[in-house]
Design a protein around this ligand. Structure first.
Ligand code: ATP
Ligand code: MG
Ligand code: MG
Ligand code: MG
Length: 510
């Protein structure tokens, strides 16, 4: 059964109150079955809607005793390590129960131990803990007013819950257009008092600032080992994972390791009528012997799905939306039962894959900048694939892989005139030579997304030098409509929004 292969819950909307709970309901971009939970604890009640795969009861997304309840969306990747500190008699059950057991031992510091892709809400005593994984890879939002804390994995579900009564949170980012709604920082636990509504934010992870000097061979072996573990932890026994494959080194490396770990994988490539990487992806699929499929999305359809990309990502960054749009279009074209999807997303951030010159100072500047600013972009959000019911996970942003890749000295990342040298060397035996040597090509480039979006604006009369600003405005307007105002993305026309932005720019320029 495919659904055994998936986490117990993809997302939630939860409400904690001192007493007299309720089950809050809302429309999610995440596709799935909604199940209500109503947990009455000694000092509070926690009501929630869990969104989960159809046919898979979400019981294991929750765990509680008389005082404390845990709701967890997503999954944990270092279970063995975590169980090892709980003692030999600890029974293995759900990830939510594991977190509850860790909370008993470590209090809120439990989250410092977890390597996972998760968002959690914990009701305990009169406190509410809201926790994100190190990367904030499942976005988590909160609004609080006297006597109620509401939290959700999608900001749009909190529209109308905040307002002027919402408490301000100094340590969290506001969500524009949704008063009183804040995004819980990546790698953090917010500890909120249910009565006072005041929060303390505790960081559970920070990107390494120091760099490690390693022997070539040691660095290559360390990368290979860490990535192999991360891929293995993301595969469930008996399941056949799907790898979204471009034929670039990042996804090809994941495909090779997943194929070895699972015995077999499916692979999937997207392209448009103007541009694709089909030949490069097929070379990898043939080499590994994957069951491979290609999907061509016409450019007009691709751009027409911009409202879906913004609705899913809840991001206002136009560059990020350009990276994510082809993937959202691919996931939406992937019909059939929910799949577990592995991607090669995010390798370029710690390895500065976009850095196309040999000098090193700028390379580490790029790594440090990107690692300091990823929070809130929602690039890794599972909602991107969950809009069509699929669960996606990103091995390069596994906590251990990321800690290692970020910390390698720049000369291991750019070496012998190659970008991402250490990764290429780590994958050399597993892939065709042409794949290992292939220069980086961004998904927004390989699919023609960036140039097609630009062309659409130019055709509406936007001046060349205003294209960047126009893209920002288009994405903002799509955010206002699909996230803030809750419009159905299927009812929002990219062409109309582009036209209105072009008109506005023209009037502004006149
Ligand atoms: P490189 O960064 O060296 O080009 P890559 O293509 O694997 O390697 P990105 O271009 O950064 O990585 O793209 C991010 C991820 O998105 C990929 O690793 C892959 O999982 C997915 N992806 C990108 N392009 C496609 C595509 N055309 N079809 C399917 N999946 C893709
Ligand atoms: Mg990448
Ligand atoms: Mg890449
Ligand atoms: Mg690529």
């Amino acid at each position: 059964m495919a659904s055994q292969d998936l986490p117990a819950a993809f997302g939630f909307l939860a409400s904690a109150r001192p007493s007299g709970g309720r089950i809050p309901r809302a429309a999610f971009a995440t596709r799935g079955t909604h199940t209500g939970v109503d947990l009455r604890l000694r000092s509070q009640t926690l009501g929630a809607t869990l969104v989960h795969a159809p046919g898979l009861p979400p019981d294991s997304a929750q765990a509680h005793d008389a005082d404390t309840a845990v709701l967890l969306a997503g999954e944990i990747y270092n279970r063995d390590d975590l169980y090892s500190v709980l003692g030999p008699n600890t029974e293995r059950s759900s990830d939510a129960q594991l977190v509850l057991d860790l909370l008993r031992r470590y209090g809120r510091h439990a989250f410092r131990l977890v390597n996972g892709r998760f968002a959690a809400v914990v009701g305990t005593g009169r406190q509410v803990l809201l926790a994100t994984d190190h990367a904030g890879s499942i976005p988590l939002y909160v609004c609080a007013s006297p006597g109620e804390v509401t939290a959700a994995t999608e900001a749009k579900t909190l529209a109308g819950h905040g307002g002027p009564r919402g408490f301000p949170f100094a340590d969290a980012r506001r969500v524009r257009g949704l008063p009183g709604v804040y995004q819980v920082p990546a790698g953090a636990v917010m500890d909120i008092g249910l009565d006072a509504g005041t929060a303390e934010t505790h960081r559970t992870w920070a990107p390494p600032l120091a760099r490690r000097i390693m022997d070539e061979d040691d660095a290559v072996a360390a990368v290979r080992t860490a990535l192999d573990r991360a891929v293995g932890a993301r595969i469930t026994p008996g399941g056949t994972p799907l790898v979204v494959l471009s034929g670039g080194i990042d996804s090809s490396g994941v495909a090779a390791l997943a194929h070895r770990a699972a015995g077999a994988i499916d692979s999937l490539s997207m392209g448009t009528e103007v541009s694709d990487e089909f030949a490069q992806a097929k070379a990898v699929a043939d080499h590994l012997g994957t069951r491979h499929r290609e999907i061509t999305v016409p450019t007009a359809d691709l751009l027409g799905q911009l409202p879906y990309a913004v609705w899913a990502a809840e991001s206002e960054d136009p560059d990020i939306i350009e990276y994510l749009l082809p993937l959202v279009a691919l996931y939406r074209a992937l019909d059939g039962p929910p799949r577990r999807v592995l991607t090669g997303y995010g390798a370029d951030i710690p390895l500065a894959g976009m850095h196309r010159e040999d000098r090193l100072p700028d390379l580490d500047t790029a790594v440090a900048y990107d690692m300091a600013t990823y929070d809130g972009l929602n690039e890794m959000s599972p909602v991107l694939s969950a809009v069509s019911g699929h669960w996606s996970t990103h091995p390069y942003w596994d906590r251990d892989v990321l800690d290692l890749l970020v910390s390698l000295e720049a000369g291991l990342k750019r070496r012998y005139g190659r970008d991402k040298w250490v990764l290429r060397a780590a994958m050399a035996e597993l892939l065709p030579e042409q794949t290992v040597k292939r220069p980086k090509l961004g998904v927004h480039e390989g699919s023609g997304t960036t140039s097609s979006f630009s062309l659409l604006l130019l055709e509406e009369g936007v001046a060349e030098q205003s294209v960047g600003a126009a893209k920002q405005q288009v994405v903002r307007e799509l955010f206002d409509r699909t996230v803030v105002a809750g419009e159905d993305p299927g009812e929002v026309s990219t062409a109309e929004v582009v036209r209105s932005v072009a008109d506005r720019l023209e009037r502004g320029a006149a």
